[in-house]
Design a protein around this ligand. Structure first.
Ligand SMILES: Nc1ncnc2c1ncn2[C@@H]1O[C@H](COP(=O)(O)OP(=O)(O)OP(=O)(O)O)[C@@H](O)[C@H]1O
Ligand SMILES: [Mg+2]
Length: 270
């Protein structure tokens, strides 16, 4: 196996709440509590588990949106959790996030052209707007949008189209790792499949690695190479997709699979 792109060891992200718990102590929520995994180049690892198990917190910690309590995360061999924001800046282009709600992540006041173009300048990938517009037009076509839409604003688009624009904004930066957090969960079922196929095609064509966070096992089955099952801040089982879906070893994984009737499950499950 090739060297991992991302290696996480014993990652913990705990939150201290304002509320006072037993014996006057502040309550600590152990959202992520000792998570370890690797992601190889070109690999798609999915993170599944019920609501509140800590999936998003893993993604948010890896993009410095939350501060890790302890543990290590290496990207191409560099430990980046302890980096200052200035040190982390070059990695911001290489580690990109796709969010559930594309509307919340697109500035309503900016034209699509600005939304896609400004990051190109920030990261030094373009010098002129002519150059930027050429890249933006090509990227919009890649995600199945007419390049003319660059003159419009986010409210003029449907949810599926907005998510395509959100994906374009990420992919135009040529990241090495994409963290997709419930990227298709907010879309209508009919649109979900189209956007999921687009993500899969872009991932295959570009070779980007992906951490695909989802509570939807049908979606996960479609897109993943490997699957990590999370429960109460910990990974209870991790393995190849076929092993997880057809021969799950952990009771919790079996329960999770059992709760999705359309997913084929192993014989040992009743
Ligand atoms: N900033 C925060 N401050 C305090 N608690 C938080 C914070 N962010 C998350 N939590 C808590 O940490 C736990 C894990 O939350 P997280 O959002 O990571 O779960 P999730 O698996 O992504 O859930 P969902 O499937 O609903 O998106 C939850 O109990 C949540 O309330
Ligand atoms: Mg979440």
């Amino acid at each position: 196996m090739s060297e991992p792109l991302l290696r996480i060891a014993n990652l913990k992200t705990h939150f201290r709440t304002k509320g006072v718990g037993l014996f006057g102590k502040k309550k600590v929520i152990k959202a992520v509590d000792g998570v370890s995994f690797d992601i190889a180049p070109r690999e798609v690892l999915s993170l599944v588990g019920e609501s509140g198990c800590g999936k998003s917190t893993v993604g948010r910690t890896l993009t410095h949106l939350e501060k890790a309590t302890s543990g290590e995360a290496q990207f191409e061999g560099r430990n980046f959790l302890s980096m200052t924001s200035a040190e982390f800046r070059p990695l911001r282009r290489e580690i990109q996030m796709i969010f559930q709600d594309p509307f919340a992540s697109l500035n309503p006041r900016l034209k699509i052209e600005q939304t896609l173009g400004e990051p190109l300048f920030i990261h030094g990938l373009c010098k002129t707007w002519d150059e930027a517009r050429t890249k933006i037009a090509a990227m919009l076509e890649t995600v199945g949008m007419d390049p003319k839409v660059m003159a419009r604003h986010p409210h003029e688009f449907s949810g599926g189209q907005r998510q395509r624009i959100g994906i374009a904004r990420v992919m135009i930066l040529k990241p090495k790792l994409v963290i997709a957090d419930e990227a298709v969960s907010a879309l209508d079922v009919s649109i979900q499949a189209q956007v999921l196929n687009l993500i899969k095609k872009l991932q295959r064509d570009s070779g980007v690695s992906m951490l695909f966070i989802s509570h939807d096992l049908g979606v996960v089955r479609h897109i993943s190479d490997r699957v990590a099952v999370m429960f109460e801040g910990k990974i209870v089982e991790i393995g190849e997709k076929h092993q997880i879906f057809e021969a799950p070893e952990h009771d919790y994984t079996r329960k999770l699979l059992g709760s999705i009737p359309r997913v084929k499950i192993g014989k040992e499950v009743t």
